[in-house]
Write a protein that binds this ligand. Sequence first.
Ligand code: ATP
Ligand code: MG
Length: 399
Amino acid sequence: MSSKGNVTAREPVRGVLIHYHEIALKGKNRSFFLKQLGANLLAATRDLDCGPLLRPAGRLFLTMREETPWDVMRQRLSCVFGIANFAPAFMMAPNLELLAQRIEEEVSGRSFRSFRIAARRAFKTFPYTSQQINEMIGARVQRLCGARVDLTNPDLTVAIELLPNAAFVYLDKLPGPGGLPVGTGGTLACLLSGGIDSPVAAHRMMKRGCRIVFVHFHSQPFADRASQEKAIELARLLTRYQFASRLYLVPFGEIQQEVVACVTGRLRVLVYRRLMFRITEQIAQKEDAQALVTGESLGQVSSQTIENIATIEQASTLPILRPLIGMDKDEITQQAQQIGSYDISIIPDQDCCSMFTPRQAATRTTSREVELAERPLDLDRLVAQARSAAHSIELSFPS
Ligand code: ATP
Ligand code: MG
């Protein structure tokens, strides 16, 4: 068996057949994309004793042992962005009799009333057409199981893919998570609060191929550790998608006290947020991150009017990505539930932005107005202080 998946042995090889989105593979990026997808697949399954990973034309095939638990494998692959679909499969020599025997063995343990065989030849060198293969193998399955052929809505679809030097058989194709492999889209620093939105924002950018460095601001010792515990749990959950993460925990309480001493209540949230951006930008530089990510959504709260978003943005020289900007809270909540972050996010905590802040925040500020309010603050010192007091923790999955 070669790395291209040329099969000479008669014995079928068990594994998972992975298809990726061809559209991402155009031109020069193809091998870069595939290399990263392959590395991510191996990282996601590194404790499952599988491999080698083969690259038959246009696909990936990760060999598995019989004992590899499919439930675990399925969960892992559902977090590897770049996979269009995947299926537990057998790889074997492209020989009609071997294929038929394997399929007979696979279907005989199943109960189904209707089925279809769906053969696809990637190269037309095989001596039979797809239709002939469907008919020949279909007749054998029918004889064995007594099920009828249904081409439109069968209980069971038996897929066969034929390459010049290998064939694949599978019954249970599952949709993958789509997107692009993490690591192909650069590094971003995500401001991760303990709330519902920012983990969803991070997830969306990972799905576009970005690696995320997490940054959480907390108000210890003025508040308890709850927000930090939540940020750690959220980062741990999201690490399933990038396999290794760094989370910065930045003490912000003392800085907030200085802000409270000289900035009027209605502008405080904006000044806090601008400081967060400046501090995160420093962390981004150290981490070679090319942009910041937030969970902001237009109009959701007073700090997220278009005027205030513009005012906050002025504090950063890096681009700010806001993948949730046009989503409403229900849509974001739905995604948080799908990812599994929702239950962590709703644990009560005290977000540092709500501390020392009046209920009524200004909704329409200008950056000039906020710059004036910031004048009494020694911004460089505050940023440097936060930067040196920040500490980072490393997370990995599988651990
Ligand atoms: P979230 O649910 O993510 O907390 P939110 O609806 O509570 O968002 P805000 O509190 O206004 O909205 O925060 C807007 C964005 O600012 C957050 O999505 C996050 O990116 C960032 N942010 C807010 N507070 C913090 C914090 N304590 N640490 C890190 N980032 C924060
Ligand atoms: Mg919040």
